[in-house]
Design a binder for this molecule. Sequence first.
Ligand SMILES: *Cc1c(COP(=O)(O)O)cnc(C)c1O
Length: 369
Amino acid sequence: MKRINQIEPLLGIEEKNELVSVMDSGWYTESKKTRDFENMFSSLTKSKYAVAVTSGTTALFLGLKALGIGLGDEVIVPDLTFVASPNSVELTGAKPILVDIEPKSLNIDLKKIGKLVTKKTKAIMPVDFNGRSTDMKILKEFADKHNLSLVEDACHAIGSFHETGHHMGTQSDVGIFSFSTPKIITTGQGGMIITNNKKIYENCLSLKDFGRDTSKKQNMLNAFKHDVIGYNFKFTEFQAAVGIAQMKKLKQRMLIKKKLFRLYREQLEKFNEIDFIDTDLNKITPWMIDIIIKNKKLKNKVIVNLKENNIETRIFYPPIHNLKPYKNSDKKFPVSSNISSRGLWLPSSVSLTDDQVIRISKAISNLFR
Ligand SMILES: *Cc1c(COP(=O)(O)O)cnc(C)c1O
C-alpha cells in the first residue's frame, strides 16, 4: 500500500514560474514581490498592515518586542501549544506564565487567567488551536480591564474566521502566522505579523531591519543610522514568489481541508471511542484533522495499527509544563494534560483523496469492533 504521510507541502508549476521570475529580476531581498505577498495577506485578513518575516517564531518575537515586552515582564501562554509560543516569550527576556486550556476550543481557559495576573503581566498570547478561537469578546474585555496586550498565535488559523466574520488574529494587537512546510500554505520557512496599529507596524519594520528608521527614505548619508537595537528578520523574494502562488491556491485549499474534516467526522464520529472538537466549518478551516481518543492506551494502539498500514499520524504537542525547560510539577493543567495524552492528528494533506480518508477511517474503526 502506498504510504500516506500525515501532512505534506504541495508546490507546482505556478510556484516554479514565480521563482524563475525572481531569479531573472535581480532583486532577492524583500522588494516588490514581498510587498505584493504582504498585500495579499492583508486583503485576506482585512488588516491594515502585514509584515513578512523569516518565521512564525520570529514573528511572535517581533510582535512582543514591538509592544515593548521584555525583561521582567510576564506573558500568559496556554499550556497546550507548540513550544515556539513560550520560547518566543523567553527570547524577549520575559517569562511565559502557563495556563490550562478549555475543552471546548483547546485554546486558553478564560476562567483560569484571572488568578495569574500580577503587576508584571504585560500580555496574553491566545493560541488558535487548529483554527479555533477562544471567546475574543471576553478576552478583550479582560485585557482592557488589566491593561494587557494581546499577541495572538494564529499559526494554525490561516483561513479561519470568528463568528463575527473577522479573520483570526485581527482582534488582537498583533496576529501571528507561519508559513513553515506543514502549514496550509508554505514559503519553506516564513512568518507574518498583522496589526491595525501604525506604531506597532512601524516598530516591526524597524526591528526586522537592524533598527533602521524605515519611515524615512534611506540614502547614502543615513544608511547606518540605528536608533534602536534591531535584528535581521527580512523576507526574501524567493519566499514571496512561492507565497504569492500559494496564496492564489488558498481558497481552494480551505475547501479541501473542510471537506477532509467533514468526511473524517462522518466516518468516525459515530464511534464512542472518538471525539471531535466542535468545529463550525462555515467559519473555521481546520489546519489538520484532530481527534480525541478515549484514552492513551487506545491512542497508541491506533498509531501502531495505522503505521502497520503505512499511514502516518502525529501525536498532539506535549503539555508545555512537561518539557524540560518549563518543568512544573504543579497539577494545574488537568485539561491540557488530558487532551494532550489523547489527541491525535490524522493524515491531513491537501492532496489526500476521499478514498484514502475512507481507508484510514476503516483502519481505525476496525480496532473498535
Ligand atoms: C508553526 C507554529 C509556530 C512556529 O512557526 P515557525 O514558522 O515554525 O517558526 C508557532 N506556533 C504555532 C502554534 C505553530 O503551529
